[in-house]
Structures are given as structure tokens and as C-alpha cells.
Design a protein around this ligand. Sequence first.
Ligand SMILES: Cc1ncc(COP(=O)(O)O)c(C=O)c1O
Length: 380
Amino acid sequence: VVALTPRQGRTEAVNTGTGPKFFLDGITATGASHRSFCRLALFRQHDFMSRRKGSLEETLAGHLERRSARSQLRRLTIVPPHAVDFSSNSYLSLSTNADVQRDFVARLKAHADAASTPAPDRKNAPLLGSGGSRLLDGNSTLAEELEREIAAFHGAEAGLLFNSAFDANVGLFACVPQSGDVVVYDELIHASVHDGMRLSRAGRRVGFAHNSVWQDVKGSASSMTGASCLESVLACLVSGAAGQDFFDGKKNVFIAVEGLYSMDGDLAPLKDIVECVEKCLPAGNGYIVVDEAHSTGIYGDCGRGLVCQLGLEDRVWARVHGFGKAMSCTGGRFLPVRLRVQSLLNGTNSALLLKVLYSPPGRLAIISSTMPAASSTPRQ
Ligand SMILES: Cc1ncc(COP(=O)(O)O)c(C=O)c1O
């Protein structure tokens, strides 16, 4: 095949004196379909372009060299089998816990048996794969039951499953804040919240000094960015004519914090944060969102999280829980206290709901590692 692009291919065919027919005959002679030829042509074109000076490959290679020079080159590693892993997020080692593994295998077998029931009587989702996106045919009773059980476990009205806590944060912040609303966030908040805020319709986003709540507590936390404390940020937001809508509750303020900050290992002063938000936004338009990715499974009764441990379930608007850390699975969900699932489905980023949700084995693994926590027997 001589062509790099269809246009160049035609040029080549003209040069041989046989015209466009030669070009098409040539493709047919290779045995490739026209479609696969197009792919090949695109590949060739890419190959051709990569040799240009200033090409994409050269630009990316320069980027890698600069990162390497700053000792910031990222690499994927595999932990050797007998190494002691001090950096795992699997804080409770549930992924290697024999009881959890046995429970998972039993559930998987039961699900496989049910999934092989002949079609008319089959109620369960197939064993492998989700079939399609959740909005099309990828929904299942297993997913809905899991959502209901987890919401009930956390004392929330509703919850929505996402493939990861990252997706849950992006989905929440990209879609719930509306035009004119503001998101106020701890300056050390996770990158996923930043991604969500970047996609959001919210008019503004303002950082506050890490874990710093009240104005009169000097030096309680040092800001990385020179940001003010939460009280100052909120006081500024509601002040003057521009702040009237926030003070009156006509516009909303979302306050994004984490329960446990994994890099510094410190807890958010959640009680103070709740009191400060209620004091500065008396109309009830301050919506606190706590990312419990690292506190799930560790804090609170049966690992329900820091919000639960402090008894703040009714004063925190939403909690993002993750299955990927202490629960040793993957996935995440967010649990708002006062929002219906219908609003979540219609408000959240369609790109996320158009993704295929993890397949039944993934959901069963979540049940195996989270549900024993609901039993009355304390975990060892
Ligand atoms: C605070 C926080 N939120 C969300 C995430 C994303 O979690 P996941 O890996 O489940 O997507 C992380 C991951 O490290 C995190 O630290």
C-alpha cells in the first residue's frame, strides 16, 4: 500500500498512470476492507507526521525530558510479592482477608447460578459485563439494591453509584451547583473536586486556608496559598449589595472539604465548619460536601465515616464515600441527605452516566467488603 492519505494515495495512483481505479484495486488486492485500509492510512499519516520537526511526538518527548530533569517522571511499578507496603490505601487489608474473599466467592457463585437461569424467568443481570450504560440497558436490580442498602446504612435518603470516588466528585461538582452559585473549597481538596468545579456552571470558586475556620484563631493553620479562613471567605461573600442574594438564600454556596486529608493525615474540623457555615449563611443555602474517601471504613460506627462519628449526618448535605481505599474494592458513591435520586440522575454529568457501570463481580465485591460492617459483630 503506497498511500499515506487518500489524497496522497490518489497522487501516487496518477503517477503510475493507472488512475484512481488502481488505488481501489490495490486495496482490494491486499485483502483489507476499505474500512481497515482507512485505519491503516490514518496510521501511516500519523507515522509520516511524527517525523516532522516540532511534531506531537517531539513535543511530548520534550515534556518527558523536562519532567525527568525535575525528578517528576511518573512510572508504573509493581509491588514485589514479599515487600511490606506502607503506601497502600487498603488500610484494613480487607483485600487479603479470608472471610471477605470467601463471602465474595459464595456471592459470585450464587449470582452465576441465577444468571444462567433461562431468559423468561431470569431476574438477575448477566455475570460478566454490564451490557450498556446505566441510562440504557446497563441498570440492574443489583445496582439499585446496592444503592438502597448503602443509603440506608448511611442514614441517607438517596445515593448514586459511580465507578470511582473520582467520578462521584466530578459528577457532583460539575452538575449540582448552578449558574451564580459559588463553590468554597479547602485549599488542599482533592484533584477530582477541582476537575468537577472546572466543569461546573458555578459562577465562582474560592479556596480557604486548609482546615482554618474562625477569624479569631490566629496561626491555627498555615495557608499554602495565602488564602483566608472559611469564616472570612463566607463573610466576604455575603457582604454588601453583591452578597445580598447569598445572604437571602437566593444563591447557593457549596463548601467542599475532605474528612481525612491523606497527604497530611489530619482531620477536618467538621463541627466548626458546620457551625461556621450555619452562622454565615443563616438562610440554609450553605451545602457542605464531605469527601470521605479516606475516612470510609475507618471512622464512625461500623466505618460509616467521620460525619457519622460526629453525628453530623443531618447538617452535612452530601458525603462522597469511596470503595477504593479501606474497603479494598473500586468505585464510589455520593449520598446526599436531601435530594431525590431522580434529581441526581438528571442533574449529574451525563458523560458519567453514559459510562458502563462496573460489572456484577465488582458490585458483589463491594457487598462482600462493606456489608459485614453492618452486622452487629464488631470487625476484628
Ligand atoms: C480525597 C480523595 N477523593 C477522591 C479520590 C478518588 O478516589 P478513587 O480512587 O476511588 O477514584 C481520592 C483518591 O486518592 C482521594 O484521595
